[in-house]
Design a protein around this ligand. Structure first.
Ligand SMILES: CC(C)(COP(=O)(O)OP(=O)(O)OC[C@H]1O[C@@H](n2cnc3c(N)ncnc32)[C@H](O)[C@@H]1OP(=O)(O)O)[C@@H](O)C(=O)NCCC(=O)NCCS
Length: 165
């Protein structure tokens, strides 16, 4: 597959984990991965929307296993769902041991990115219509996460209002 064939709603990035990414235990620092995740989410969302975007939120960053210095880490990103100005970007992270070629799924997470105009105000993005079964599954899972986020925010705001009054 060449760059010309990669769908507009998907993006892949592979990075070699160099020694400067290590923490005190010698594995890759979680913060180094978070920075790369944010860059991948930005690249995927802005390429899809053809707009500048900002990070609104990030959910469910679970480091299932440590990532080691010297491994190749691949970030597989896709637009799962769009609202009016927001996009959910799902990122699957796979680490690969260069010598054994063993691949491990080390992390998956979901970013909400919002497209903004010149005044940094939210601006509409093209509607994403899932095409295949996997995209349809991700799309409905993203809707469940979006509704859960809205419910949690509403409950927290209601609780805050009660505490203030
Ligand atoms: C992103 C930003 C422009 C949105 O402005 P806003 O006035 O809150 O805009 P809205 O209320 O219209 O919300 C915009 C979208 O974000 C979504 N949104 C709002 N709160 C959210 C939350 N807690 N989680 C996920 N999405 C959320 C809304 O549903 C809306 O989506 P839609 O257009 O698809 O329906 C503004 O909050 C901002 O500038 N935030 C800082 C972003 C930033 O600097 N990130 C980097 C941090 S270092």
């Amino acid at each position: 597959m060449t760059l010309m064939d990669i769908p507009q709603h998907q993006l892949t990035m592979t990075v070699l984990m160099t020694p400067d990414t290590a923490n005190f235990s010698g594995n890759v620092h979680g913060g180094a991965i978070l920075k790369l995740l944010d860059e991948v989410a930005y690249a995927c969302a802005s390429r899809y929307a053809a707009r500048y975007v900002v990070t609104m939120s990030v959910d469910q960053v679970i480091f299932r296993q440590p990532i080691h210095v010297g491994e190749l880490v691949t970030f597989l990103a896709s637009v799962n769902h769009t609202g009016t100005s927001s996009m959910e970007i799902g990122i699957r992270v796979v680490a690969e041991n260069i010598r054994t070629q063993e691949k491990r799924h080390v992390n998956s997470c979901y970013f909400t990115m919002v497209a903004v105009d010149e005044n940094r105000k939210p601006t509409p993005v093209p509607i994403f219509g899932p095409q295949n079964d996997e995209e349809k599954r991700r799309h409905s899972a993203a809707e469940i996460r979006k509704n859960a986020r809205i419910r949690a925010n509403n409950q927290l705001n209601a609780q805050k209002a009660l505490t203030i009054n």
